[in-house]
Design a protein. Structure first.
Length: 120
């Protein structure tokens, strides 16, 4: 939950987040793999009440979602990112959710952020 003006607490809008993700997923993912989004990603968002920041990788045959409040998840993400950048022929898109807003990010920006996080 986010505090605004030290008085009002604003909860993340789960349905709005999922609608944004659905637009992205349905435009990029091959139909048979859409369950990565419809099952796994939506479960993650609901289980965390859309309060946990995450990185979301979307490619033609699925998605991966990684919580940014868990160092092991961040390490797992670095491995999958390295795979997609160096060994996969698949194009992919990255999105970061900061607990409030979902936005696209470049791999270079995410790598820099991760480097800072892992050295804390």
């Amino acid at each position: 939950m986010k505090k605004v003006d030290n008085k009002k607490i604003v909860k993340p809008d789960i349905e709005k987040l999922l609608q944004s993700m659905e637009l992205i997923a349905t435009s990029l993912i091959t139909t048979q793999y859409i369950t990565d989004f419809t099952i796994h990603d939506t479960n993650f968002v609901h289980q965390t009440n859309a309060e946990t920041p995450f990185i979301w990788i979307v490619y033609h045959s699925g998605t991966h979602i990684y919580a940014l409040n868990d160092k092991q998840e961040i390490l797992n993400f670095t491995k999958i990112l390295e795979y997609y950048e160096n060994y996969s022929n698949s194009e992919f898109c990255l999105y970061k959710y900061d607990g409030n807003k979902l936005f696209p990010v470049f791999p270079k920006v995410i790598k820099s952020w991760i480097e800072n996080e892992l050295t804390k």
